[in-house]
Write a protein that binds this ligand. Sequence first.
Ligand code: NAD
Ligand code: 3PG
Length: 595
Amino acid sequence: MAASASSAINLSIKPSHTSLSWQTHLSSTSALAVSPLSGHRQYPRFVIYAVGDKPTVLVAEKLGEAGVNLLKEFADVDCSYNLTPEELCNKISLCDALIVRSGTKVSREVFESSGGRLKVVGRAGVGIDNVDLAAATEHGCLVVNAPTANTVAAAEHGIALLTAMARNVAQADASVKAGKWLRNKYVGVSLVGKTLAVMGFGKVGSEVARRAKGLGMHVIAHDPYAPADRARAIGVELVSFDKAISSADFISLHMPLTPATNKVLNDETFSKMKKGVRIVNVARGGVIDEDALVRALDAGIVAQAALDVFTVEPPKDSKLVQHENVTATPHLGASTMEAQEGVAIEIAEAVVGALNGELAATAVNAPMVPAEVLSELKPFVALAEKLGRLAVQLVAGGSGVKSVKVTYGSARGPDDLDTRLLRAMITKGLIEPISSSFVNLVNADFTAKQRGLRIAEQRSLLNGSPESPLEFIQVQISSVESKFASALSDSGEIRVEGRVKDGIPHLTKVGSFEVDVSLEGSIILCRQVDQPGMIGKVGSILSEGNVNVSFMSVGRVAPRKHAVMAIGVDDQPSKEILKRIGDIPAVEEFVYLKI
Ligand SMILES: NC(=O)c1ccc[n+]([C@@H]2O[C@H](COP(=O)([O-])OP(=O)(O)OC[C@H]3O[C@@H](n4cnc5c(N)ncnc54)[C@H](O)[C@@H]3O)[C@@H](O)[C@H]2O)c1
Ligand SMILES: O=C(O)[C@H](O)COP(=O)(O)O
């Protein structure tokens, strides 16, 4: 088979646009759409509703009314609180989205029980430690949270606990109510001039720091990931963990619960603290080893603790809660009227957006792709999926696809092209036609890994203008046989390449043959001996079968040698019509591919 560079001859171009309206209720091939109505980012759609159908949203914990009303405009809303884990698992297969606060464990069993229907979990708050993120990702379920609306409430609660603890407000109140008047027992400590160590200088931590400075405290902070300029702007010094805990009179915890922060306050770290230190925790109970805290309180290392959060909530028979130097609240940090309304609206908008196919700005388990990047990548996203779909259909049955090489031809430097979305769509195109898997931006990398599919990406740096993010995308599948031998490159890989022309994805190379056919509808690839009359013969067979040709392009090695004809067709040709094409004596091989 000849395999050198070839030229393409365009015979007719009839582009037909497939509209990517944000209200389109879905196709099995996904499309990236930027909402013309709202300008919202949308990502490869993954929810399929029949027009008129409404999705079902299960709200499993009390959510502010404004949020529930917002959800009701778009979905059937089932507010069922206090479900047991079994009840949640039973209900979930009827739900497209689930909204929870911190009181519901969204475990792997929940995702497994959903039977693939659950597409979004909305956490009406910040912490997502009650959601099994790995299981969500594996099941292609997007997790979104509401990270900003309760920040001030949590910071205010932290300050409330700090001041109440320093002045024994809770204990003194209980004693007065018990008929006592213990003015000498409840002498407190002053805050002014004392050192407060804020552990975790994020949204809540920095608001606590700002307020504590207003109380005249000297504030230091420990956060390995916080930008120094943010700390400087508030007048806070960022210090090491050891320096923070050893120099503080008060310690306020504001980091997430992660493997690194789990029980970060323990016997060893308590022993490094100043004797008489006071601790506030409005973050997560698990960052403190609670048994160690009881020991530190008994030993007087920790004079007092004020805790809003516990390892197990509600805490059962807890020595810690009963300790006379402990002030406890039942996870009230986010519980202000204002914060709950704000969180409810924030999460309802995120969930509705996600159900509509938008890429939520607060997605926790999907790559954040900025709006500008999404909008310029939009046509390439469609191209990426279609090339994946096309390439995998060229693989001869029985040969497993294991290794795929993707080349992005671009004049942009490597840091100026975010290819995660493109890789996800190529993966979707490669996997969906040959499996029952459902692939989206959330689970693409996971699904590829699970199937042993290795996708290597490389860049071909071009000289052109960096204005366009990409010139071409090339997909190569190695170590497989092809049902269309002409799709093999010199080095034996199935190779297809495409470009975007006038916003429409085009197939521009098959194997070593250059073609030019719009990637819409279906394609017939046909290799023949290059001779007069071939186009007419194939065209008239298709027209006799009432098959409308949308594009036709011929790439050839040299005159009168081999040529590859790419024919875009709107309708599926019958077996009889395909057979007649194959029976034309000059036709050496052909393949019909659905895009
Ligand atoms: N009690 C409540 O009702 C309530 C309300 C809101 C938030 N929270 C909790 O408060 C915590 C903070 O929330 P946020 O909104 O400020 O989150 P955030 O993500 O804005 O801030 C967390 C900060 O912790 C830092 N961090 C991560 N690992 C760290 C480590 N090992 N040591 C020190 N710092 C580390 C991060 O860099 C980040 O700056 C979360 O655990 C959240 O769940 C509780
Ligand atoms: O992480 C959070 O946002 C807080 O812990 C609030 O949790 P809640 O929604 O259960 O009050």
